[in-house]
Design a protein around this ligand. Structure first.
Ligand code: NDP
Length: 289
């Protein structure tokens, strides 16, 4: 058999990017399936983004992840985009197919998939979302496309919150409303799924949690966090104490990585292997999920 010493290349462009752990789970997946792929974590500044994007085809790369600050800057370079990515207005995953750059956004899809894995359906659910940034937008759009009845956006900056509401109303069937976040916010009555889509609680600020009235969380709610380090945040702990079902941001991260894996390789991702690799990386014990 003819030898092939050339690996298929994928990776991520970002700045800062040194602490992005996606390579750990993707490389674990490639190794588990014996695929000759490499995931390379690359620092690319906004000034060098153009030359970095132009190198993708020259280097015969299979695809790329984009993280801050490139998720919007990448749009003019794409030949095609998924419908969801068009609505979200941001792309975190590219695959290069027949010389064309095709963009998708797997942030929100990963979130929806993580809920599904915990047997939580979005159909007809009333969502309350804390935050209106990139992750919040991707999650809100995918939840709405997956059949959520409504999305209530609670955000500090009013115009960010109202813009997200507008996006949901214009592009999906879901209802949407904005609530200001200028006090200890009660969770709106009737909420089925409460999501923290802010970075509050991310390491090293592990004792922080969003300023909401935790006594308004009820046992029939599902409560989820985008923060993945630690995987069980103070936010999720406070929800669990009130009897809510909790879904961690680690699941979203791995589901998103698994979706990217399949987009690039065409193979089903070894979810458990990827999940365990990340848990090991973060030194999370068996009782942490
Ligand atoms: P952005 O900067 O785009 O948005 C941050 C949002 O959080 C904004 O709405 C901002 O409000 C709000 N916010 C930030 N700090 C505070 C605060 N102290 N009090 C109230 N609101 C606050 O970030 P992203 O959306 O890209 O990322 C958010 C988090 O999601 C990050 O921690 C990121 O690591 C995580 N993430 C996790 C993923 C996963 O797979 N688990 C995937 C993608 C992201 P305002 O508009 O008022 O400024």
């Amino acid at each position: 058999m003819k030898k092939n010493y050339r690996a298929e290349l994928v990776g991520v462009f970002g700045d800062p990017v040194d602490d992005n752990p996606t390579g750990v789970l993707e490389e674990a997946g490639f190794a588990a399936l014996g695929l000759n792929y490499r995931y390379i974590t690359m620092k690319v500044t906004p000034e060098d983004f153009d030359i970095a994007m132009k190198s993708l085809k020259a280097l015969h790369m299979k695809g790329m992840n984009l993280t801050m600050p490139h998720k919007i800057a990448v749009l003019p370079y794409l030949d095609e985009m998924s419908e969801a990515a068009k609505i979200i207005g941001a792309v975190n995953t590219i695959v290069i197919r027949d010389g064309k750059l095709v963009g998708d956004n797997t942030d929100g899809k990963g979130f929806v998939q993580a809920l599904r894995m915990e047997q939580v359906s979005l159909k007809d659910k009333r969502i309350t979302l804390l935050g209106a940034g990139g992750a919040a937008k991707a999650i809100a759009v995918e939840c709405a496309l997956a059949g959520a009845a409504s999305v209530t956006v609670i955000n500090r900056n009013q115009s960010h919150g109202e813009e997200l509401v507008q996006t949901i109303l214009e592009h999906t069937e879901a209802k949407a409303a904005y609530l200001p976040w200028d006090r200890t916010q009660p969770v709106p009555t009737g909420t089925d799924i409460l999501i923290n889509a802010t970075p509050i609680g991310f390491a090293p600020n592990v004792t922080a949690k969003p300023d909401i009235d935790y006594d308004t969380i009820t046992p029939n709610m599902t409560v989820s966090d985008v923060v993945f380090n630690p995987d069980i945040t103070e936010f999720l702990k406070a929800a669990a104490v009130r009897g809510a079902k909790t879904v961690s941001g680690l699941g979203m991260l791995v589901c998103q990585g698994a979706l990217n894996f399949t987009i690039w390789t065409g193979r089903e991702a070894p979810y458990d292997v990827m999940y365990q690799a990340l848990k090991k990386e973060f030194n999370l014990g068996a009782g942490n999920m």
